[in-house]
Design a protein around this ligand. Structure first.
Ligand code: NAD
Length: 379
């Protein structure tokens, strides 16, 4: 059995899907691991580290794709990469299937068994495979560092001979994995933190990190849907939510937004008017920039300044911390490989709950009903 790790070809990607420590565990079991030369360099893992772990360094991606039984990578494969794949191989990567229908169709045509990292059900048994949580942890942490770097003020309260400096006020919108990590990091830096979310369950989690929960009367509305994820809120609740946020952003130094609803564009929670009313020098870090952004003015991929307010819409924050981000990613991949590889053979049990959620294409078919439905009309 051969596992291939190609170099990521997406611009500015610095992470690698499997690090030498994980490779060693696989090669010790008799699995052959092929790594494209230089795949780990940007994450500080040299080719020698991989050969020491028992891997073979391959100079071209073509050989990796045409001879591996399982390919592990971070980003969805480009068409040029799918063309190189041996028919019938297994692939583990992010696929975001509902917005990459052409790729899914091509993978099915090549009879690839494609396991999508963003579709793993968030059940206890799959926690060790949860790459989304690992990468959100990195993003939440880094968002606070970016905010503190852009803020022309201290985060902690300081009592010095030159006077007393009050602590920075941080407002976190969306307290999922990234939001909770942002709260914890901002607290460690000495900021005073408030946080808001439309899911009722988060109050206790926010308070346990030493932040104040900003409450909104949700009435009888059901705001939590399948898998513990947020549901899109009603128009009426959204309007009340905007009023509440508007009151809080006026008096804060930093706003970190992370609000997302699976399969939907990110909700707009900070309007242009709210930005105009913010204090000069304040900072917004919009972690939903990938999904269009929670702030109306966010420009994905950019840092802009509007009315003296800095708005950071950086993409791929995990790629700015490639060493630890790759380490976490790789550890999650180890668990997925242990789940699907039995006695050095790939074995997808399509009745298993994890595979049922994450296996998008298999043996020439698209397995997910929602993707098949969206596929109508894709030629
Ligand atoms: P996410 O990235 O989809 O969303 C981030 C946050 O934004 C969520 O907390 C969500 O409630 C919030 N949000 C959405 N719309 C909003 C709005 N209009 N206003 C304010 N906030 C809004 O979420 P995530 O971080 O991936 O986590 C989602 C859920 O999954 C959480 O309940 C989390 O605890 C749970 N989870 C479970 C497991 C597991 O059991 N294996 C692992 C990770 C996460």
């Amino acid at each position: 059995m051969k596992i291939g790790i190609p170099k990521e070809i997406q611009e500015n990607e610095t992470r690698v899907a499997l690090i030498p420590q994980s490779v060693k565990k696989l090669t010790q079991k008799g699995i052959e691991v092929l790594v494209e030369g230089g795949a780990g360099i940007a994450a500080l893992f040299s080719d020698k580290d991989y050969t020491d772990a028992g891997a073979k360094i391959i100079r071209d991606a073509k050989t990796i794709y045409s001879s591996s039984d399982l390919i592990v990578k971070i980003h969805k494969p480009e068409f040029s990469e799918v063309d190189l794949m041996k028919e019938g191989l297994a692939l583990i990567s992010f696929l975001q299937s509902s917005i990459n229908l052409d790729t899914i169709k091509k993978l099915a045509q090549r009879k690839i068994s494609a396991f999508s990292l963003d579709s793993i059900p968030r059940i206890t048994r799959a926690q060790s495979m949860d790459v989304l949580s690992s990468m959100s942890t990195v993003s939440g942490y880094k968002a606070v560092l970016i905010a503190s770097d852009s803020l022309p003020k201290f985060f902690p309260m300081l009592m010095t001979a030159a006077g007393t400096i009050p602590p920075a006020k941080i407002f976190v919108i969306g307290a999922g994995v990234a939001g909770l990590q942002a709260i914890a990091t901002a607290r460690r830096l000495g900021g005073v933190v408030e946080a808001f979310d439309t899911r009722r369950a988060v109050k206790e989690q926010i308070e346990s990190l030493g932040a104040r929960f900003v409450a909104l009367d949700l009435g009888k509305e059901e705001t939590e849907g399948e898998g513990g994820y947020a549901k899109q809120v009603s128009k009426e609740l959204h309007e009340r939510e905007l009023e509440l946020i508007s009151r809080h952003v006026k008096k804060t130094d930093v706003v970190i937004t992370t609000a997302q609803v699976p399969g939907k564009k990110a909700p707009i929670l900070i309007t242009e008017q709210m930005v105009k009313e913010m204090q000069p020098g304040s900072v917004i870090v919009d972690l939903a920039a990938d999904q269009g952004g929670n702030c109306e003015l966010t420009e994905p991929g950019k840092k802009i300044v509007v009315n003296n307010v800095t708005i950071c819409g950086y993409l791929n924050l995990p790629g700015t911390m490639p060493n630890h981000a790759s380490q976490m990613f790789s550890k999650n991949i180890e668990s997925i490989i242990a789940h699907i590889v039995k006695e050095n053979q790939i074995n997808f049990d399509i009745n298993d709950e994890i595979n049922k959620g994450a296996l998008i294409t298999h043996q020439g078919a698209i397995l997910q009903e929602n993707i098949k439905h969206l596929m109508v009309g894709v030629h």
